[in-house]
Write a new protein. Structure first.
Length: 198
């Protein structure tokens, strides 16, 4: 099959789209346990970027698991495929000139390394939202931990499935020590030079 796929050279390039948008494009990947604050922080980072005139798009479990990945479960194999598909979609969006914000548990180190290889390291910013399982369970904003403890949810990361912490994330945010606004400010400060805003 691969031998029959021939890449077409389009006239409008990624560089053209970035020039038109007046900023670089890349993927900001938020990883951490369910309830850690990934989506909350990603949402506020996107608002700040929007205010700066940056073209963005956010991906999370809601818009991915209900559409492109609705056929996947939470088994280890399907989690890997979930992340792979998200990385490929993100790569297309980065090519389109957007800053993509992905907020996913993405519990496995290998899967996160695979994201880097798909979008390329230069286009990847890893943000580890480091919140203890105890704090996430205390918050339990979606009621998932309660269901997992009752045996209603299998393969719940942090309860019955592992979470492998990033070893060298670009940014590490401990939400038990920093406010949401402090987290947002830290992330914006880190990515502003990478944007090369005109």
């Amino acid at each position: 099959m691969k031998e029959n796929i021939i890449k077409h050279d389009y006239q409008v390039s990624k560089k053209d789209r970035q020039n038109d948008n007046k900023h670089k494009s890349f993927l900001i990947w938020f990883t951490g346990l369910s309830g850690s604050g990934k989506s909350t922080i990603a949402n506020l980072v996107e608002q700040e970027l929007y205010n700066l005139g940056v073209k963005t798009y956010s991906l999370d479990g809601d818009n991915i698991r209900k559409g492109i990945n609705k056929d996947l479960s939470f088994s280890p194999e399907d989690r890997t495929e979930n992340v792979r598909r998200i990385a490929e979609v993100s790569n297309l969006m980065v090519d389109a000139g957007l800053v993509v914000l992905g907020a996913f548990v993405s519990p496995y180190k290998k899967d996160r390394e695979d994201i880097k290889s798909i979008v390329k390291v230069v286009n990847f910013v890893e943000v580890f939202i480091n919140t203890s399982v105890e704090e996430c369970e205390r918050r339990d904003v979606k009621g998932l931990y309660k269901k997992a403890r009752a045996g209603e949810i299998k393969n719940m990361t942090g309860i019955s499935a592992p979470y492998e912490e990033p070893e060298n994330p670009d940014i590490k945010i401990n939400t038990e020590q920093k406010s949401v606004q402090e987290a947002v400010s830290e992330i914006i400060s880190y990515i502003k030079p990478k944007l090369k805003l005109e």
